[in-house]
Design a protein around this ligand. Structure first.
Ligand code: NI
Length: 210
């Protein structure tokens, strides 16, 4: 009883240590970001829809806490590289893309909590570049490949675990609505294929608060 009373008094005397995510905080996370397309497309030359491969890159997030619970976050990454093909032919082309995304976020619990789950919603812009057919594609009479940039909504759920005042661990899952048009020529005939990428992105990393 005496010990418990003592501990209680001590707890009351200590300042309320803010551990995680206070208004005005700026933090950055870095880790692995794996893009898994849930792809589909118009029928390509009567051979079905495009397959788009997964890819893992360095993911980065930059977050500003406007209040103890509301954050604004920019998602960025080194360029993702995807193989694009058809089930019947295998890979026909490769393309690179950058999908910067701006999120408005709500962090649950309060600034003393070691664990901060959060949800976010925002807007994604994806730019595609370096789209090229490989030898298989060229041999099949394919040329002049281009992939249109995309704007779409994005969502996320995530969890920060505060290790100490400066460092945290993070796991998060992002969804991006990415729809594009793939244009190319087949033996000189123009083809425009509506294609959806709509990936899930799996992020695991560490964060640092400045
Ligand atoms: Ni979509």
């Amino acid at each position: 009883m005496k010990l418990a009373k003592c501990a209680l008094l001590l707890a009351m005397a200590l300042p309320q240590l803010a551990l995680a995510h206070e208004a005005g905080d700026f933090f950055m996370r870095a880790g692995s970001a794996t893009v898994r397309p849930t792809e589909g497309s118009d029928n390509v030359l009567g051979m079905g829809s495009f397959d788009v491969s997964n890819n893992t890159q360095l993911g980065l997030t930059f977050t500003y806490m406007a209040t103890d619970n509301i954050g604004v976050e920019l998602l960025a990454a080194t360029p993702f590289r995807h193989k694009v093909g058809l089930a019947a032919t295998g890979t026909l082309a490769t393309v690179r893309q950058l999908p910067p995304t701006l999120m408005a976020q709500y962090y649950f619990f309060d600034s003393r909590s070691k664990v901060r789950p959060y949800v976010g919603v925002g807007v994604n812009y994806t730019t595609f570049y370096d789209a090229d057919f490989n030898q298989t594609g060229r041999d099949a009479g394919l040329s002049d490949l281009s992939v249109k940039d995309s704007w779409g909504v994005a969502g996320q759920v995530g969890l920060d675990y505060q290790i100490n005042r400066d460092w945290m661990l993070n796991a998060s899952l992002w969804y991006m609505d990415i729809d594009t048009e793939v244009k190319f020529k087949h033996n000189g005939d123009q083809q425009n294929i509506n294609t959806r990428i709509d990936p899930w992105v799996f992020f695991f990393g560490a964060g640092y608060r400045f």
